[in-house]
Design a protein around this ligand. Structure first.
Ligand SMILES: [Zn+2]
Length: 148
């Protein structure tokens, strides 16, 4: 199941590939955080933003553009403070953020992922969807589907 607890596993899995060029623990912690950041869009659902809209769930924050943008912003900040090499941290943080949409597109429920937002809001799933979709309802998450 793709959840806020399982998405960060991708950041941990990518860490050995970047450990020789990234020696900042901050980058790896940020990578873990960025694997779950795209789901910040569920706040919009509570505010009445439609699921299928540009800023709806699995919309802009799940796109490759968002992943590239947030990775660039954070990597600029880190490189200016000599915390990390810009290109290495950008690539690591981009992969961490983009992995969220990839895992969501492998789930068996909800709407697809707007990988190419804001250019198109078309939603995509992969042709195989072996991952159980997670509920967005916290009560159900801890007591029902998520508990299992
Ligand atoms: Zn998501």
């Amino acid at each position: 199941m793709a959840t806020i607890f399982t998405h960060p596993i991708i950041a941990l899995g990518l860490k050995p590939l970047f450990s020789t060029v990234l020696n900042s623990k901050a980058v790896f912690w940020l990578g873990m955080l960025l694997t779950i950041l795209p789901d910040i869009d569920v706040i919009g659902l509570k505010m009445g933003i439609p699921y299928a809209s540009l800023f709806g769930h699995r919309g802009f924050t799940h796109s490759l553009f968002f992943a590239a943008l947030i990775a660039a912003i954070i990597s600029t900040f880190l490189s200016r403070r000599n915390k990390a090499n810009f290109l290495a941290s950008w690539f690591y943080l981009f992969l961490c953020t983009a992995s969220h949409g990839v895992l969501d597109a492998l789930t068996n429920g909800g709407h697809g992922v707007a990988f190419f937002s804001p250019f198109t809001n078309t939603r995509y799933f992969f042709s195989v969807t072996p991952i159980e979709v997670s509920t967005l309802n916290m009560t159900h998450f801890f007591q029902g589907q998520g508990g299992r």
